[in-house]
Design a protein around this ligand. Structure first.
Ligand SMILES: Cc1ncc(COP(=O)(O)O)c(C=O)c1O
Length: 396
């Protein structure tokens, strides 16, 4: 295989940590991706919950063009730029939190949450108060801190020793919080809907219990809305359904519509403990991505847009429930909110995902027996109907 022969193996000279599927995509069009042979695929992965406004959003191209016209792509965080400041103002206003830190991915956002939580905890409880408690089934990323909080031995074991001070609890056990030592717990971290863990929504009651325990025991609540946040559930932030507010909120995936960006939103109390030099990033919050993110978040946050997502989500759920009724036993459970759904199957999800690809529908698994549907938030009703039609055929 020569360096320019990228077709000799799937993925060519790229490190094969994913095993990508065969089509080579060359174009996007709304909810569709188009391959080299001109074949159209209905994309119900959205690049794993990223391309919320679809693949050729004018909202994004206008914002990208504006940055290019201004010649302002990157300045570093040594200097101020308007897009980063306007985005921080928008996100803090919408979330009720007080400060924003920008980075480049979900994993980085979680790493920053860990550092900010430890910084705050040390100031209130000294060095012992450093543990971060995560939930069984969680996925928070693949970096060293976020990996330690990801409940997947297969991802963790080859890289031990991991970050110390990570613990896991079972969120379905109502008494488990009482087993924690508040003197040691800096923070509890949770995804309001576990994504990679099989699309498992935490009940509002569980979220409120976590909020209450952390408040009563002088610990922080970190919510990881990297996958379920920014409109995916039909609310701008998934935790708003439980009427709680976290101390730290991690965001990424759809934030800049497909450009790499992450963010952490912090309460005033946590932000007050962070000192200059405590954390940093060269690229985070650059003017191009921040401008695009501002345009994307403004679009999603529009109440009419959110109402549409909820309505389309209800339509999709009704279609899926009809399939479940037609095929008793094949779909064990349908879980999710808005436009984030997981179908727990009787049998493995892999063959269904593969068959759907052959039939022109892109899906992604979430664990061995769950098929995940993550259409763009701009998906149309006919596209939802077509996707469910293909899926039904693929369920066999
Ligand atoms: C809930 C959650 N947190 C963190 C991450 C990590 O994000 P990234 O892959 O951008 O590092 C993911 C990625 O799937 C995620 O779903």
């Amino acid at each position: 295989m020569s360096p320019d022969d990228s077709s000799a193996e799937p993925g060519g000279f790229r490190l094969d940590v994913y095993g990508p599927a065969d089509p080579v995509f060359v174009k996007g069009d709304g909810a569709h991706l188009i391959d080299e042979d001109g074949r159209r695929y209905l994309d119900f992965t959205s690049g794993i919950a990223v391309t919320a406004l679809g693949h050729d959003s004018p909202v994004m191209s206008d914002a990208i063009q504006a940055a290019l016209d201004a010649g302002l792509v990157h300045t570093s965080n040594l200097y101020r730029t308007r897009p980063a400041e306007e985005l921080a103002a928008l996100l803090t206003r919408e979330s009720g939190l007080h400060r924003a830190f920008f980075c480049n991915s979900g994993g980085e956002a979680v790493e920053a949450c860990i550092k900010f939580a430890r910084r705050w905890a040390r100031s209130v409880g000294g060095e012992d108060k450093h543990e971060i408690v995560a939930l069984r089934g969680s996925f928070h990323g693949r970096l060293f801190g976020s990996l330690a909080l990801t409940d997947r031995p297969a991802y963790q074991d080859p890289f031990r020793p991991l970050m110390p001070g990570a613990r896991f609890i079972d969120p379905t056990d109502p008494d488990v919080l009482e087993t924690l030592d508040p003197q040691r717990v800096a923070a509890v971290i949770a995804e309001p809907i576990q994504g990679e863990g099989g699309v498992r929504p935490l009940s509002s009651e569980t979220l409120r219990r976590l909020r209450q325990w952390t408040r009563e025991h002088e610990s922080l609540l970190i919510l990881d809305e990297v996958q379920c946040g920014l409109g995916r559930t039909g609310r701008l932030f998934a935790h708003q359904e439980a009427e709680i507010r976290p101390d730290l909120l991690a965001l990424a995936k759809p934030l800049a519509g497909g450009l790499p960006m992450g963010a952490v939103l912090l309460s005033e109390a946590v932000a007050d403990t962070i000192r200059r030099g405590d954390h940093g990033t060269t690229f985070g919050g650059g003017p191009l991505v921040a401008g695009v993110a501002h345009a994307v978040v403004s679009t999603i946050a529009d109440p009419a847009f959110m109402a549409e997502v909820r309505e389309k989500g209800a339509h999709l759920l009704a279609l899926l429930e009809a399939v479940q009724q037609e095929r008793p036993g094949r779909i064990r459970e349908i879980r999710g909110r808005g436009l984030m759904w997981g179908l727990e199957l009787e049998g493995e999800s892999g063959p269904v995902v593969e068959k759907a690809l052959d039939e022109g529908l892109l899906l992604v698994g979430a664990g061995p027996d769950v098929v995940r549907l993550l259409p763009p938030l701009t998906v149309t009703r006919p596209e939802l109907e077509r996707a469910v039609e293909i899926l039904t055929r693929c369920l066999g």
